[in-house]
Design a binder for this molecule. Structure first.
Ligand SMILES: [Zn+2]
Length: 316
């Protein structure tokens, strides 16, 4: 049997046929129709699904179920998207719409949770019993699989790993709190901090690499630090300090078998992971235990969400 995963994004709808081990057989991506009723978005999702199944050389009878990962406020138990500003969705009964179109059992989950599940089932957490996923992007997202099951909190709003406070009264966060993990460790926060430091250090190599403040990206401070630039080194040290603090706090609460870090800055590989691991080794409450959390890079990139969505029925 095979599973169909759908990644509903604001730009593209992707559908993939996935086997039980989480391997993608075929993926088809179509543009997300904008400014149309939800029924037409569902039509496009069904079209991508049928195309993926056909191109995999299968028929819909080979598909056990369909899982959808979506942004927004999701109710997995009712299959309703309560609210998603990007597509102007409010109270959309998405699983019902998709069941009408594909005549399959449909599962719905928040996209960050689906991505965490994908990494657990087929990526960095494969073979483990518990894993925390952290994604460093525009914000900081993530999810948790505990005891082999996706953990979402009683109201499906749990594991917002970007929004625990690591600096009381610190930088304002998009959520309204101050000092959140996200306000220090998102790729956005890294870029913002790099620009601040550039303004303080007009002689920094950061200027040579980026040219302008607008051109700074998540790689700029790492590249400048690698050239020995002191100001960039300061930005990276500070970033790693906060990231290590956040990771160690999560480990001390959950003691998961694996923590995986994905998103833009994780592309730095061991340049980022090794110093974060050093902090974890220093601050992990269980540092003397023979059983220690493994800190690794996420393995599946953008495919994590679609794989996790497909395998949702196996981890409820
Ligand atoms: Zn926050």
């Amino acid at each position: 049997m095979y599973y169909l995963g759908i990644d509903l994004g604001g730009t593209n709808v992707a559908a993939a046929v996935v086997d039980e081990a989480g391997k993608i057989l075929k993926k088809v991506s179509l543009p997300t129709p904008r400014g149309v009723p939800a029924e037409q978005v569902a039509d496009q999702m069904a079209a991508a699904s049928r195309a993926a199944v056909e191109q995999a050389g299968l028929s819909m009878s080979d598909i056990a179920s369909v899982g959808i990962g979506s942004p927004g406020t999701i109710e997995p138990d009712t299959g309703v998207i309560r609210f998603w500003s990007n597509l102007d969705f409010s109270n959309v009964p998405l699983t019902a719409l998709m069941a009408e179109r594909l005549d399959k059992e449909i599962y719905l989950e928040n996209d960050a949770n689906a991505a965490a599940l994908g990494e657990f089932a087929a990526g960095a957490g494969k073979g483990s019993q518990s894993m925390i996923a952290i994604t460093l992007g525009t914000g900081v997202g993530g999810g948790a699989v505990l005891g082999g099951k996706l953990y979402t909190g009683f109201n499906y709003a749990g594991m917002e790993v970007g929004h625990f406070v690591i600096e009381h009264g610190g930088r304002p966060c998009t959520c309204g709190r101050k000092g959140c993990f996200e306000a220090y460790c998102s790729a956005t926060a890294l870029i913002k901090r790099t620009r601040e430091v550039m303004e303080e250090h007009p002689d920094s190599k950061l200027w040579e690499l980026a040219g302008t403040l607008e051109a700074v990206n998540g790689r700029t401070p790492f590249d400048a630090a690698a050239l020995g630039d002191a100001a960039a080194g300061k930005v990276i040290d500070e970033y790693v300090d906060y990231l290590g603090c956040g990771v160690a706090s999560l480990v001390n609460i959950f003691q998961p078998e694996v923590v995986c870090i994905g998103g833009g800055p994780s592309a730095q590989g061991e340049t980022l992971m090794a110093p974060v691991r050093y902090i974890l080794n220093r601050e992990d409450y269980a540092r003397n235990s023979v059983h220690r959390t493994r800190l690794v890079r996420a393995a599946l990139g953008n495919d994590a969400g679609i794989i996790g969505a497909a395998l949702l029925p196996l981890f409820r």
